[in-house]
Write a protein that binds this ligand. Structure first.
Ligand code: DCT
Ligand code: MG
Length: 399
């Protein structure tokens, strides 16, 4: 594999030296052979992407463009830039010339113009313009509230609202429970959750689960399972070998956290899972397993390194967003693969299955359309094997 340890060490180039490096091309550093680019797959599930992004300057710019297209409901352009960002994230070193991107998949003309601008000037004027745009700034602010999606943000923007105080002062606006709590705990939940905080929450949830069900299996998933140092929430998956008992696990967790006085908010969604309706032909945003979206009070004393960004905060606790999903054991591997993300990695796994294998993959199951049968899996490795893909470790799924 071309993805060797020495390549992974390729460091981003400081902005001020970028133009100098450009002048001495094509003398690229030895650990960055231009031929390596031919090996980059158009599917994120065939790339190994660690958290060490060597092209952050480009991918940050692409994310802004993608988000701006999303706000304007230009979904395919949005996806185009998300794919482009995902490809650059997988590269073992920083892009130092436009020429070196020629063999890369998923980079359209527009993306290349942005790369060229950044190589030349250190920033993209188009991106700078978006960042200073009032509509972009407002939608970005509004969607940063838990429970507020692009549609709601747009509605508020159209009413002329521009700030949180505008929203809270408008008596005609009805905030649902989730949004009310989003505003109430905004300071805490807009602050990144550290890995130490995620570990502390794992023990909180673990104690709650095992107090009643000793044989339950709890796994930390989402970004933290992929080795991220920070996240916007903490995601868990929990199941039990006893069929039909998985929903009671969530009830038990909710009851225990409530008794401990640390459950600040809870939206529980019962399972709508029905095996007879599988496979689902159209991918839906959410799976059908029982799940809950929580805000949990995390005591500073439970966190080894103390709370993240706690300076000058005398409360001794912070609020954290926690998601817990509870699939039946037979579907655990599929749910784990889906909830481990990244979103782009999952998206391409499903696309690869559909396009290359005539199979339907989602968080519930894998269905072979040729053989007209479901393919069982007890581990994530089983799913990769069914798909004829090399196994990608969770920490390599940061596409
Ligand atoms: N997921 C899913 N279905 C959804 C939303 C998400 O299967 N409707 C998966 C994809 C990633 C995973 O669940 C966790 O989602 P997030 O917490 O949003 O992503 P993350 O990778 O954990 O990122 P962050 O570090 O910001 O929490
Ligand atoms: Mg997460």
């Amino acid at each position: 594999s071309w993805f060797t340890d020495s390549m992974r060490e390729g460091r981003p180039v400081a902005m001020e030296t970028k133009h100098i490096i450009k002048d001495i091309l094509p003398a690229l550093p030895e650990d960055c052979p231009p031929t390596a680019e031919a090996a980059v797959s158009k599917y994120a599930c065939q790339r190994r992407t660690t958290t060490g992004n060597n092209n952050k300057i480009f991918t940050d710019a692409f994310e802004v463009l993608a988000e701006s297209y999303q706000f304007n409901e230009l979904e395919s352009r949005c996806l185009g830039f998300r794919r482009a960002a995902s490809v650059l994230k997988s590269l073992p070193c920083a892009v130092q010339s436009l020429e070196s991107t020629h063999n890369l998949p998923c980079l359209g003309e527009h993306a290349k113009v942005v790369i060229e601008e950044i190589l030349e000037h250190g920033l993209s004027f188009e991106v700078e313009k978006i960042l200073s745009d009032e509509r972009y700034q407002t939608l970005k602010l509004f969607t940063s509230v838990f429970g507020v999606g692009p549609k709601t943000a747009e509605k508020w923007y159209r009413r002329g609202l521009r700030s949180f105080s505008d929203i809270l002062a408008d008596s005609s606006i009805h905030l649902n429970q989730m949004q009310q709590n989003g505003f109430l705990h905004y300071g805490d939940i807009s602050r990144a959750v550290s890995e130490a905080e995620a570990r502390a929450l794992t023990s909180v949830i673990d104690e709650a689960v095992h107090a009643i069900t000793p044989d339950a299996v709890l796994t930390l998933t989402g970004g933290f399972r992929r080795g991220k140092e920070f996240g916007h929430d903490v995601d868990f998956i929990v199941t039990t070998p006893e069929p039909g008992k998985e929903e009671s696990l969530l009830h038990n967790i909710i009851n225990i956290l409530t008794k401990q006085g640390i459950l600040l908010y809870c939206e529980y969604q019962p399972s709508t899972f029905d095996m007879s309706e599988l496979p689902i032909q159209r991918f839906e945003a959410m799976d059908q397993f029982a799940k809950c979206f929580l805000i949990v009070r995390l005591e500073s004393s439970r966190v080894e390194e103390g709370l993240h960004g706690d300076e000058g905060d005398s409360r001794g606790w912070r609020a954290v967003r926690v998601d817990v999903v509870s699939p039946p054991l037979d579907h655990y591997a599929f749910a784990l693969l889906g909830w481990s993300g990244s979103t782009m990695f999952d998206r391409d796994l499903r696309r690869f299955a559909r396009v290359e294998r005539r199979m339907l993959l989602d968080n519930h199951c894998l269905y072979d359309k040729t053989k007209k049968e479901f393919l069982a899996a007890t581990t994530e490795k089983d799913i990769f094997t069914h798909l004829g893909l090399e196994y990608i470790e969770p920490w390599q799924r940061n596409a």
